[in-house]
Ligand binder design. Structure first.
Ligand code: 5GP
Length: 203
C-alpha cells in the first residue's frame, strides 16, 4: 500500500520570499504545490490556473457553500482558498503537497490535519522585508503600508509553527526546508507501524 503524502504548510509575512522559495523547492523536488483560488486581480506576470485560479467573489462564496475548500481566509480584503479535492487526491496518491497559505488558513489546517508539517519563513530583517515588498513594484502605497503593518503581527505567530526558516538566500532556505522534510520522513511516529515490524525487525 502506498503511504500517504506529507502535507507541508508554508507561511510567512509578505516579502519574506515564500513564493520564490516554494517555486525553487518544487523545481528540485517531487512536491506538488496546490494552486489556490482567489478573488484578487492577477498581477501582470500571473497566469490563471498556474499562480492562482482567479475567480469572482460570487463564485468564491458559492464554492465555500459547496464545501470545496480545505481552508479559506480573507487576506488584505480578498478571499483565498485551497481546493480540497485536488489536495486530498494527491496526498492519497502518496505525493507530498505544499500549501503556501496565510497564517489564518494554516491554523485552520492545523486543527483539521495536526499531522501536517508547519514551516514559517522569516525575512533576515524587517528592513530587508520592507525593501523586498517595495522593490516588488506591484503594490499601491496603501497596500504597501497594509502589508508591512500586517507583517509585524504575522511574525508573532511563528511559535504556532513546527519550524522557522530564515530566508537569507533562496538556495539556503530551500536546503533547510528539504532537510526538515527529509528528517520528518524519518520520524518513527510518522512511519507506518507495519512497515517497521515487517521490514526491519524480521531482518
Ligand atoms: P498574494 O496576494 O501576495 O499572492 O498572497 C497574499 C497572502 O495570501 C499570502 O500570505 C499567501 O500565502 C496567502 N494565500 C495564498 N493562497 C492562499 C490560500 O489558499 N489560503 C490562504 N489562507 N491564504 C492564501
Amino acid at each position: 500500500m502506498t503511504s500517504r503524502g506529507q502535507l507541508i504548510v508554508i507561511s510567512g509575512p509578505s516579502g519574506a520570499g515564500k513564493g520564490t522559495v516554494c517555486k525553487s523547492i518544487i523545481e528540485k523536488n517531487n512536491f506538488w504545490i496546490s494552486v489556490s483560488a482567489t478573488t484578487r486581480s492577477p498581477r501582470s506576470d500571473e497566469i490563471d490556473g498556474v499562480n492562482y485560479y482567479f475567480i469572482t467573489k460570487e463564485k468564491f462564496l458559492e464554492r465555500i457553500a459547496s464545501g470545496d475548500f480545505l481552508e479559506y481566509a480573507e487576506v488584505y480584503g480578498n478571499y483565498y482558498g485551497t481546493p480540497k479535492s485536488e489536495v486530498l487526491k494527491v496526498l492519497d496518491n502518496g505525493q507530498d503537497v505544499i500549501l503556501e497559505i496565510d497564517i489564518q488558513g494554516a491554523l485552520k489546517v492545523k486543527t483539521a490535519y495536526p499531522n501536517g508539517l508547519f514551516i514559517f519563513i522569516l525575512p533576515p530583517s524587517m528592513e530587508e522585508l520592507k525593501n523586498r515588498i517595495t522593490n516588488r513594484g506591484s503594490e499601491t502605497p496603501e497596500s504597501l503600508i497594509t502589508r508591512f503593518t500586517s507583517a509585524h503581527k504575522e511574525i508573532s505567530f511563528v511559535s504556532k509553527y513546527d519550524y522557522a526558516v530564515v530566508n537569507d538566500t533562496v538556495a539556503c532556505a530551500c536546503e533547510k526546508i528539504q532537510s526538515i522534510v527529509i528528517a520528518e520522513r524519518c520520524r518513527v511516529d510518522r512511519m507506518n507501524g507495519d512497515f517497521l515490524k515487517e521490514e526491519i525487525i524480521n531482518e
